[in-house]
Design a protein around this ligand. Structure first.
Ligand SMILES: [Zn+2]
Length: 216
């Protein structure tokens, strides 16, 4: 089995499977390779299980070809390549139609869709539950779905528009609740729950499926 060995002053051995499904071993400076490999042997089942689950999450790279499917509000719609298309990228409710290009066109389309669909929901929840926020910025970070600063500026990841609308609502309400509670305390979560009694389902949807939203 191949592995990457990182030695340091640490006292114990640790195994980790990184995002490329490779085994990373952290070991004390003086521990023999034999001992290290014995340890790896013993953890064989765990390593396989873990690396398979990471492999299965590595989905195919997007190539913007005819028939390839793209997410929007939790559903997947096929792509049609059409050089006669007057717009760079259009959506008719069933199909995406792309004039040319790919990633940039989808990012722009998703951002515009987020503005149209999600921002009014932010305003709705803020108004109905009396939340005050300053600015809203849209981003497409890999690691963050939303954030709320100390001065109540809210950042939202517009790729959320690929997720079911209930998931979009969950992130919006989550960030709005941070205008009141700057932490993830009990009070914070009970405020989220008061507004969205089913929030847990959508929170775990994002945890399990979030990686699919930025596969562009
Ligand atoms: Zn939070």
């Amino acid at each position: 089995m191949n592995y990457q060995l990182i030695r340091s002053k640490r006292k114990t051995l640790s195994l980790q499977i990184n995002n490329n499904a490779e085994l990373v071993v952290r070991a004390p400076n003086r521990l023999s390779v034999e001992k290290i490999e014995q340890f790896i042997d013993k953890k064989h089942d765990w390593i396989n299980k873990k690396s398979e689950s990471i492999q299965s999450k590595k989905i195919q790279k997007t190539s913007y070809i005819e028939g390839e499917k793209f997410l929007y509000l939790g559903n997947r719609y096929p792509l049609n390549i059409n050089s006669k298309n007057p717009k760079k990228l259009a959506f008719n409710g069933n199909t995406f139609s792309l004039h040319s290009g790919g990633k940039e066109e989808f990012l722009a389309w998703y951002k515009a869709a987020f503005k149209k669909i999600a921002l009014p929901r932010l305003e709705y929840y803020a108004k109905n539950h009396k939340f005050n926020y300053n600015q809203v910025r849209l981003k497409s970070q890999k690691t963050l779905w939303g954030s709320c600063s100390g001065s109540n500026n809210i950042n939202l990841n517009y790729l959320l528009i690929c997720a079911p609308i209930a998931v979009v609502d969950y992130v919006i309400v989550h960030e709005l609740c941070h205008t009141v509670h700057k932490n993830h305390s009990k009070d914070f979560w009970s405020l989220v729950e008061k507004i969205l009694p089913n929030y847990k389902t959508n929170k775990s949807w994002l945890k399990d499926n979030g990686y699919k939203l930025h596969n562009l």
